[in-house]
Design a protein around this ligand. Sequence first.
Ligand code: KIV
Length: 264
Amino acid sequence: MKPTTVTHLHQWKQEQRKFASLTAYDASFAKLFEEQGVKVLLVGDSLGMTLQGHDSTLPVTVADVAYHTRAVRRGAPACLLLADLPFMSYATPQLACANAAELMQAGANMVKLEGGSWLCETVKMLTQRAVPVCGHLGLTPQSVNVFGGYKVQGRDELAAKQLLEDAQNLELAGIQLLVLECVPTELARKVTEALTIPVIGIGAGNATDGQILVMHDAFGITGGHTPKFAKNFLAQSGDIRSAVQQYIQDVEQGIYPAEEHSFN
Ligand code: KIV
């Protein structure tokens, strides 16, 4: 299978071809996802919640993400693989470089970090040193204690303006992809149209270039609170392979996310 690269994603944006991505944390699911046609996987620090049972992503370490990245890479050699830099692992540009090196050497093609314009220097430093970077704006779960909970972001005019400005600054600094989480659909549309890089949404409506879901949310096995944007693709067929195919198809055809999965 031909490896997916960030160039493919940029091409798909130009062609207005939507793409579906998932989180993955182990070799078996990664293999299944790749076989069913998922082209982009993320070893998210959501593993702190989905795998480790914590109530936030804060306890996750670089070693944790590197361990799961090695496993996912073995299972899905052709996927474009993103790995999260966890909480405080990119507090300075130097720290970001050292920790990104560990994730790239574990098999990631790109690292993802959460935050706005304050990260521009870090993004420049990483990209100049051959580490592709994905930004993450909106509801950035590592900032849950600053937000006072997992809340939709960018709802008022000032916050929306700031988010758009952050996205543009990060693109100028060198990010090659952007994840937008839990923002109103119209703001996500504005950001997607303003950027030349692909934007991947989660709880950001159906106007973004791609979608991502935490795999547990896509299979309805989320413990506790189920987010509004989640959909259980396993419910209809009861078969994991069919569920993944359904998810890909629904994203590509713009059926998922529907209005009921989105925020205003
Ligand atoms: O950690 C994660 O799984 C993520 C996704 C929610 C995008 O960052």
